[in-house]
Design a protein around this ligand. Sequence first.
Ligand code: CAO
Length: 438
Amino acid sequence: MLDLKELRITSIEDFDDVEVVEVLVEEGKMVEVDEAIITIESEKSIMDFPSTEKGMVKRILVSKGDTVHEGDLLMTLEVEHELKSTNEALQNNEAKEVELQEPSPQQDDAVNSQGRKALESDVNAQPNQSDSPSSVYASPGVQKYARELGVNLKDISGSGGNQRILKKDVQDYVHKKLNKQDYRSVPSDGSVATVAINTQSSELSSFGEVEEIELTKIQKVTAANLLSSWQNIPHVTHFDQANITSLEKIRKSFLSTLIDSEIKLTPLAFIVKAVVASLEEYPVFNATLDEINQKIIYKKYFNIGIAVDTPAGLLVPVIRDADKKDIVKIAQDIVQISERARQKKITPDELKGATFTISSLGKLGGQAFTPIINPPEVAILGVSTINIQHVRADNSDEALKFLPLSLSYDHRVINGAEAARFCSYLISILEDYWKIIL
Ligand code: CAO
């Protein structure tokens, strides 16, 4: 037995006439008693208006932007007292409705649980005691959602009409917090805030002798940053090598002129200069991906991070404005920052602001490796040990020196062809260094 019921706007405290800012249901779909059917907004507040009946929406008589007054007809519902025959259809409709209007439970759970974690550490994220409709513009549903996540709606600017805060704004806010935490808010104790592989020495000692040594603070922080980078950035590594036979001759001749000075002129200073020239030519390698606003930020300065192996762990101090420095100054900087890092004298400021990093294993050995990007950078160059290849030319045996290069890049920002071009350009400089010296 079907009845047609009318849903009218009833008297609501503070509201004389109000604007419909959202219609939350569709014709042909089921609504439940107390389910929000429209969102209305006055000068002072915003709220969801609920259905007083359960039934199928037959006809909607208001639309977004309409002004409604007490007693106005909003929609008609087909109400069945015994809904047995249509139960199945109704359930399907309900399921679809949930799909269309709400994020999936998994999405919500992911945001909820990660969001809570991200916000627990945020001293400003207190429960929104004062998020009453008169102080923030958000529907009760959004207010409830924010409350569940521990988000204070006052911290969010709304993207809806009249700056109304939407569910999406709450989600964006949480994602922003998560992103910030991933890259910059390593816990002050340096602990690795991830699911730990919990292998304890008691388990291992059943197989033989073990020794436990606490990770240094640097190792803890590095572990958290590396893990975050590895998990969040799709890395690709491009391998190549440069014939630096003539560059090595140039370096040796430079060295002979510096014989009495303290300057240590290794291939790395030349590599830094060649990398800067390549970054100038291919600026995307000097960029940052702004994930939230979906933008690439091109930096016009060239600060090169140098991975330094120290007894306490890996540190990456920065050579600032490398484009404005000559090779000798860069060589001096490398020595100075690496010594300060090893002597634990480096300051936090000296570790910040890199736009691209070089990790040189120098003569330690190896032919290639896959360096991990140091966010917010989008690429890193790994340098391995020079290898010597003998070639026969004009009845003589020439020993050529090849420098292996491993370029890891963020595949969201840089594609393989660009990486190949960048590497070829870098190699062309390393193989014909006069190109940038003169
Ligand atoms: N192949 C062969 N020899 C090389 C070389 C290369 N690619 N690069 C440098 N060398 C030589 C140098 O010429 C120098 O030779 P001499 O002993 O004859 O003077 C020697 O290796 C040692 O150089 P160095 O390491 O003192 O200086 P550098 O400028 O090459 O590097 C620094 C400085 C700080 C980068 C380096 O000392 C260092 O810490 N590297 C480790 C970085 C690292 O751990 N990366 C991995 C990160 S991922 O875990």
